[in-house]
Design a protein around this ligand. Structure first.
Ligand SMILES: Cc1cc2nc3c(=O)[nH]c(=O)nc-3n(C[C@H](O)[C@H](O)[C@H](O)COP(=O)(O)OP(=O)(O)OC[C@H]3O[C@@H](n4cnc5c(N)ncnc54)[C@H](O)[C@@H]3O)c2cc1C
Length: 391
């Protein structure tokens, strides 16, 4: 017996896919959420070492749809600073100011967000969850699309949303092209305890082919995020915990005193991506499937949540009534609005990484001048702050 057509099938129960499912369920839209991972892995996600910077707007958006992050699991960020190589002169990218705000956002572990979102999805009663299944083909049907899964079962929906990450298979199955850039670098992430306070400041240093960031967590602990060429990553990975801590203390120039490992070392390939078009016939891309930014922006999830908000606004025309969900005119509005918002961040982050990753003397000089100019005119600060204010 064929199943009735659903309103929306979302491929990918990551933090963005689950947030979208909750927003749509609140509007009485019928949703099927599909993920390749087994249900047990989604219910108790492993600690993947990622610390997500949540803006105040993102946190409000999550709370509004019933995704509650426990207050004790959040660490405030008061300032974000950027340094050029060995220079001690840095610039403030963003800082807490304005009425009533004593932080620019909060750091939350990715697995904490995923668990909270999964609990909300399970409690909603309006979302059908299909786990342990991959999408193998997309077809068309009257007024919608069919999604063929790898167990040969089929789901039909008026709209298919790809939320399956930066290497999205659904994007490819829908025939949507993307710029996928494998930087060839590795991203090492590790939680550390340290002897001097971090003062709730995120610090980023770029030094030729190496990028180092420190994200302040609760108490005297921080997450180290290192962008490295493979040979440097392999060297660090081979060290004992004690030797790694000594090396990290040296690399971070003793900025938070002596360090000690307090978490496992995680290693990611550094791939960034951007879809050329965000929609196709009754298909839309959200989250990292739409744009997978360089972690230097610390905005991947915030931008993903903004894509959810823009898609829901386009589907509802702001009037809370979803009629023909996935109609081409609605999708075109979404694509226009989200593409316009992400392009400046995409280009700015690519330019920043290119400029700060270049070891040649002219680039060092440009960097030095850029930091000097930025301290006065602060174009990047303006970009980041206006983005934080708007999103
Ligand atoms: C080391 C690191 C640090 C980061 N730090 C930050 C930060 O500080 N701030 C920030 O905002 N962002 C950060 N990000 C980015 C952030 O993690 C992503 O933007 C966010 O996870 C994107 O969520 P998503 O739901 O779109 O995709 P994902 O989290 O990638 O989820 C995709 C889901 O789709 C499923 N899936 C994949 N393929 C298929 C398929 N074929 N069929 C069915 N299901 C499928 C997967 O199982 C997964 O559950 C960081 C990323 C990394 C790697």
């Amino acid at each position: 017996m064929s199943q009735p057509i659903k309103d929306v099938a979302i491929v990918g129960a990551g933090p963005v896919g689950m947030s979208l499912a909750m927003e749509l369920a609140a509007l009485d839209v019928s949703v099927t959420l599909i993920d390749a991972a087994p249900c047990t892995a989604l219910a108790s996600p492993d600690d993947d070492g990622r610390e997500i910077a949540l803006t105040h707007a993102s946190r409000k958006q999550l709370t509004a749809v019933g995704i509650d992050i426990p207050a004790g699991q959040m660490a405030p960020i008061r300032e974000a600073r950027l340094y050029n190589g060995a220079s001690s002169r840095g610039m403030t990218l963003a800082s807490a100011r304005g009425e009533g705000e004593d932080s620019i956002g909060q750091l939350v572990a990715n697995h904490v967000i995923r668990r909270a979102a999964f609990e909300a999805v399970q409690g909603s009663g309006r979302i059908e969850l299909v786990t342990g299944r991959r999408v193998s083909a997309l077809g068309t049907c009257s007024g919608g699309r069919s999604v063929l899964l790898d167990d040969q079962s089929q789901i039909t929906a008026r709209l298919v949303v790809a939320a399956d990450g930066r290497l999205s298979a659904t994007r490819r199955l829908a025939g949507l092209s993307a710029q996928v850039h494998d930087t060839g670098q590795r991203l090492l992430v590790r939680r550390m305890a340290h002897t001097r306070p971090h003062r709730e400041v995120t610090w980023s240093w770029f030094n030729g082919e190496r990028g180092l960031a420190l994200l302040p967590l609760a108490g005297d602990t921080a997450s180290l995020v290192m962008t490295l060429p493979p040979h440097q990553a392999e060297r660090l990975k081979a060290l004992s915990a004690e030797a790694f801590a000594t090396e990290a203390t040296r690399l971070y120039r003793n900025s938070v005193g002596e360090m000690r490992c307090s978490g496992a070392l995680h290693d990611y390939p550094l791939v960034v991506s951007r879809a050329d078009h965000l929609v196709a016939d009754r298909v839309a891309l959200v989250g990292d499937a739409a744009v997978g930014l360089h972690p230097v922006t610390a905005h991947g999830f915030n931008v993903g949540l903004a894509s959810v908000r823009r898609l829901v606004e386009a589907l509802t025309h702001h009037d809370q009534a979803v009629r023909d969900v996935g109609a081409p005119a609605q999708l075109a509005i979404y694509a226009r609005h989200h593409q316009r918002a992400i392009l400046p961040l995409w280009h700015a982050s690519r330019a920043l990484v290119t400029l700060y990753g270049d070891t040649r003397p002219p680039a060092r000089l440009v960097r030095h001048l850029a930091l000097g100019a930025a301290r006065r005119a602060a174009p990047l600060q303006w970009l980041m702050e206006s983005y934080l204010a708007r999103h």
